[in-house]
Ligand binder design. Structure first.
Ligand code: ADP
Ligand code: MG
Length: 313
């Protein structure tokens, strides 16, 4: 039976630089086309960590070279640019793949603003790493020169960290829903969405933040009344005691079990934790809704119950 699916794509679906992304989207398009060929309605959300960092760095360099002409580019604008750039590559690769398979190839990217709460405590505690890795010395120079907040990222080096507030509402939801109803493959909420706060009258103001794409994808799936939230990442399943003695890969979880493991610290914050939390929330949001966390090329197998971690009430 045809299902409405929101797919969340992670870093491995998009690569870390221009060349990697161009290559990676071809694999990604093949995986998504598999779902469409099976008769499903697909909406795509994606991350943007490396891309928004790259754009932000380029824009900062422009300001450094000509500070009179170019004021620092707001992070919300960098997120908007990343949606356009990633959407372009993804939309293009998907169109080509679908046409090659004789499938309808109407694909659109919707620049999506996502409302956040200006009082969200995340604004006082930046946690989301973006951009390239730096040495400790480079990181300290960035703190001095650009007032960045930096953090050591899981033994891999130093990175800039920015606020990551929770998504509250998707501003362009009606537009996305209309396109989905019309049979289009829609790419939306890229990079977690452009974070905005609601001001006087109808003004939306960009916020200096990057929303977690797993939470944004979960909200998109709930808001569109999707049947499935499929989070595609670099691992086939979710584990408890991950990379420790007694590591156990999980096939099925109820939302309550998922939340209990999350509370017990089984999932790394900033990587697996938001996925499990978004999955549990979606699975709980209405009867029959299923969340699946698996690898990019295993989505159909996961839906058939052959792999992945399935979170279902
Ligand atoms: P994405 O770009 O897809 O969001 P992340 O790197 O943010 O990917 O998150 C996925 C990663 O989370 C996996 O590749 C894995 O290394 C890590 N991870 C952390 N804790 C766990 C866990 N308990 N089970 C499985 N993977 C985990
Ligand atoms: Mg991630």
């Amino acid at each position: 039976m045809s299902q409405r699916i929101v797919v969340a794509l992670g870093g491995n679906a998009l690569g870390h630089n221009l060349d990697e992304q161009y290559q990676a989207v071809r694999q990604t398009a093949a995986a998504i086309a598999g779902l469409i060929a099976a008769g499903h309605q697909v909406v795509i959300a994606h991350g943007n960590g490396p891309q928004v960092g790259m754009i932000q760095q380029a824009m900062a360099e422009l300001t450094r070279l000509d500070p009179v002409r170019y004021i620092p580019c707001p992070l919300s604008v960098c997120v908007a640019m990343s949606q356009g750039y990633i959407g372009y590559d993804l939309q293009n690769a998907l169109r080509e793949t679908l046409l090659n398979q004789g499938l309808p190839a109407a694909v659109s990217t919707v620049l999506t603003q996502v409302e956040v709460d200006p009082q969200d405590p995340a604004f006082c505690h930046p946690t989301k790493p973006i951009g390239a890795f730096m040495t400790e010395e480079e990181a300290k120079a960035m703190v001095e020169q650009r007032s960045y907040t930096v953090m050591e990222d899981a033994g891999r080096g130093w990175r800039r960290v920015v606020a990551s507030p929770k998504p509250k509402a998707i501003v362009e939801l009606d537009t996305i829903a209309t396109l989905v109803e019309a049979g289009q493959v829609v790419i939306a909420c890229g990079g977690g969405g452009i974070p905005v706060v609601r001001e006087e009258k109808h003004h939306l103001k960009g916020a200096p933040a990057v929303i977690d794409k797993d939470f944004a994808a979960g909200l998109l799936a709930e808001s569109l009344g999707a049947d499935w939230l499929i989070i595609l990442t670099a691992v086939e399943k979710v584990a408890i005691r991950y990379r420790q003695p007694g590591e156990t890969w999980l096939d099925r979880l109820t939302p309550a079990e998922a939340e209990a493991y999350a509370a017990a610290g089984e999932f790394a914050p900033g990587s697996m934790l938001p996925k499990v939390q978004a999955a549990a929330r979606f699975a709980r949001s209405a009867p029959g809704r299923v969340a699946l966390i698996t690898q990019l090329n295993r989505a159909l197998d996961g839906m058939a119950g052959l792999t992945g971690t399935r979170i279902q009430a």
